[in-house]
Design a protein around this ligand. Sequence first.
Ligand code: AMP
Ligand code: GLY
Length: 422
Amino acid sequence: MSRWNILVVGAGSREHAILWKLRQSARVGQLHCAPGNGGTPAVAESVPIRVSDVDAIADWAAGHSIDLVVVGPEDPLALGLSDRLMARGIPVLGPTAAGARIESSKRWAKELMREVGVPTADYRAFLDADEAWRYARDRSYPLVVKADGLAAGKGVVVARTPDEARRAISAAMTEAVFGDAGRTLVVEDYLEGEEMSLLAFVDGCKVAPLAPARDHKRVGDGDVGPNTGGMGTIAPTRVANAIGLEGLTHRILKPVVAALDARGIIYRGVIFANLMLTADGPKVIEFNCRLGDPETQVVLPLLADDLAEIAYATATGELRSGPLAVRPGYRCGVVLTSGGYPGPYQTGLPIEGVDRIDPDALVFHAGTRLVDGTLVTAGGRVLTVVGQGDSLAAARDHAYANVEPIHFEGAYCRHDIGVREL
Ligand code: AMP
Ligand code: GLY
């Protein structure tokens, strides 16, 4: 059996989790990570190329007999990394730039959903601030104002009052705080309900969902404070129970995948629907063109199948359809951040105790760096600690027990990850 040399692109906790899962496969030979972080050298060789340097990544992969590239973040996909790899005949998990528009243009994604009848919030898109305001002032509140393009998770404002909406429109369109990403705005109705993350592999036409997960985006306990990249996750989530994974796949993912295919877009990668379970059924908040972070850190440990085989099959159009084999039980991931995140924070602080966690708990690195053999902080989200258990309560207890031995100055985490589902 030939073994695959795999390159994972990214520097976060998600990519560390992908590498950890790939390492368990008998099909995997060498593992590389571009650029990686302070934790990834334990499982893969680091390649010092930034994720946005898509030409350099494609050249490197072509020059190092890489059999498969797995792309973590959205930016390189939107910049056409997959197009470049496919042009060189290298299989890649991640859609072309045309497919990545499902995340990189909210307007485009909304139009696609409207066209195929996938439920989402009512909206209108605008290129002009005055027109956006004339629409917004007469809607009911809260109202959601979204920058069309990629804005590092900061482009969404849930306005409680017309005045807040006016300020959000002006910030994006007149002051251009999101640059080009905010030139077009989507103004949409507020959806009330419970949120969940539905992730699935797509090989162009077949769809294979992972365990449904729940993210915790706000920085503070009780879902207060500013949005972050994600403070913790649980899987599976009971939010999916009402309709079931099969039903959600059928109603939400399959029509969108069919529409992409009908447009001649090669979508081989992961599709991630952020859903709101409303009183009128599930509605799409947004789509992402990649695995979620921190969803990946809990859904991959629940995956019983071989990730390398699934990723390779997805990248080459050979995926089996239907749900993937899932392990029993629950996983709970708690994100440890630098003090001050998502605002300004200090870096370079020594991290202690990651070697003192239980053998069956997991620590995935994000903003960490090795400096002369010492692990130090290097970003806002620093680590994800993942616990497991037969019940959600047990998985939570396990995660928090393993947060305990880890220390760095100013370390912060939410203490209520998963509490709403107990
Ligand atoms: P995003 O940055 O697009 O992931 O959005 C951040 C968060 O804003 C989402 O996770 C939701 O909690 C919230 N959000 C976005 N759109 C809506 C909406 N139409 N209704 C309610 N909440 C929303
Ligand atoms: N956890 C949400 C995301 O990855 O966008």
